[in-house]
Design a binder for this molecule. Structure first.
Ligand SMILES: [Zn+2]
Length: 48
């Protein structure tokens, strides 16, 4: 199951919000977390 790199929550892929960054797909529990990721993708991508 994908893990939200921002809040660390594990979620079902069908319920997740996805975002492509540098040829990698990231999944988020909600649009709020995706927005946070988009602000500082470098910081969060490292944690993923
Ligand atoms: Zn989240």
């Amino acid at each position: 199951m994908p893990v939200d790199p921002v809040c660390g929550i594990e979620m079902d892929e069908s319920l997740a919000v996805s975002y492509d960054y540098e040829d990698k797909k990231y999944f988020f529990c909600c649009n709020g977390c995706r927005r946070i990721f988009k602000k500082k993708p470098k910081k969060w991508a490292k944690k993923a």
